[in-house]
Ligand binder design. Structure first.
Ligand code: KIV
Ligand code: ZN
Length: 386
């Protein structure tokens, strides 16, 4: 029996903090419903104290969504927690996500405080949130750069105060994968009572390691991951939901599974990209336009003989109809023949295929990509000549 990894989606909170990506309440509900269909366990719907719009969105998402837990973010401040509790009043399952910066630089420069005071504030915030909800998640902001011994003390204290989930954010995307994994293991080994809480990862992508760090966290015992669709988020973004889901699907031997309905990955990705006006880079893993496109002759020939030669994921598993054999100047005869076949033209005569291929190469040298319409014209012209 596989172990379950909980997917906590923060597209509508950390993801939506990206300048220019703000959504209105109706759009947020649309995304929240898509996330529910995708099978996420927790939707972080917003930071209610931050604006009336965020407050209202958390209320409306709570009404619109049935199955996932709805989570609201707060600082370790009582008025934030009051506001989050009010915004969550219609949620069928609710969680307050409260926390505070724990690294020395946050303690000194953000709070002009001391470790002891921060620890006290953390515990007070969790106890206060517990008055409203059973499910309280605590985040130790900048845990990636927090001393492990102090992190152990604070995590232990908040679990004792009632935290059900402890979030270990690499807020600045600074950690190396083995360092982040070791941090999670350190907490597993040293925090008294750690088995009473779920450890959560929350990684940023400043050095392009958010997915690797999250994955190391999971291998070392984290059982919740905080992710966003398309990896959107401030600066270089957050860990991509689709990457973690597909890593675990491709590596079933790890014995860790999610509730993600992977066929909904690409439709959800497109919806988020278009509503947020945030294009997905073409070579983005899993959801990029080219993620399943084969363009070189050798690869195309291999894929047409057997897809397993160059494909580790069946495109249908992420909601795409098919891989795409893209025709460029590097494509071979097999690819041209295949695309003609897809368009209803079977060319079995080798001489005829050779002649078509010559014309195709002349055109391909002039164009970046040769479309189906182009090859239909070529095939028509060729037929007319013979
Ligand atoms: O990156 C971070 O530390 C966060 C917390 C507020 C959870 O987004
Ligand atoms: Zn974050």
């Amino acid at each position: 029996m596989d172990e379950r990894l909980f997917i906590f989606d923060t597209t509508l909170r950390d993801g939506e903090q990206v300048p220019g990506c703000q959504l209105n309440t109706v759009e947020k509900i649309q995304v929240a419903k898509a996330l529910e269909t995708l099978g996420v366990d927790v939707i972080e719907a917003g930071f209610p104290i931050s604006s009336p719009g965020d407050f209202n969105s958390v209320i409306e998402i709570s009404k619109a969504v049935t199955w996932p837990t709805i989570c609201a973010l707060t600082r370790a401040v009582q008025k934030d927690i009051d506001c989050a509790a009010e915004a969550l009043k219609y949620a069928k399952r609710k969680r307050i996500h409260t926390g505070i910066g724990t690294s020395d630089s946050h303690i000194k420069y953000k709070f002009n405080s001391t470790r002891e005071e921060i620890l006290e504030r953390a515990v007070e915030a969790v106890k206060y949130a517990k008055k409203y909800v059973e499910d309280v998640e605590f985040y130790a902001e900048d845990a990636g750069r927090t001393d492990n011994a102090f992190l152990t003390r604070i995590v232990e204290a908040v679990i004792k105060a009632g935290a059900t989930v402890v979030n270990i954010p690499d807020t600045t995307g600074y950690c190396l994968p083995e360092e982040y994994g070791a941090k999670i293991k350190y907490l597993k080994d040293h925090v008294d009572g750690i088995d009473r809480a779920v450890i959560s990862t929350h990684c940023h992508n400043d050095l392009g390691m958010a997915t690797a760090n999250t994955f190391q966290g999971v291998l070392n015992g984290a059982r919740q991951v905080e992710v966003t669709v398309n990896g959107i988020g401030e600066r270089a973004g957050n860990t991509s939901l689709e990457e973690i889901a597909m890593i675990l699907k491709c590596h079933k031997g790890l014995g860790i599974d999610t509730n993600i309905n992977t066929e909904k990955i690409c439709p959800t990705s497109r919806m988020v990209s278009s509503l947020m006006n945030m294009p997905v880079q073409p070579n983005k893993a899993i959801v990029g336009r080219n993620a399943f496109a084969h363009s070189s002759g050798i690869h195309q020939d291999g894929v047409l003989k057997n897809v397993q030669t160059y494909e580790i994921i069946n495109p249908k598993d992420v909601g795409l109809d098919d891989n795409s054999i893209v025709l460029t100047a590097r494509s071979g005869r097999a690819a041209l023949k295949y695309r003609l076949h897809v368009n209803g033209i079977d060319v079995d005569d080798e001489d005829k295929l050779d002649s078509l291929y010559k014309k195709f190469l002349e055109l391909a040298d002039k164009k970046k990509e040769v479309s189906d319409a182009d090859i239909l014209v070529l095939a028509g012209a060729d037929c007319a000549e013979t």
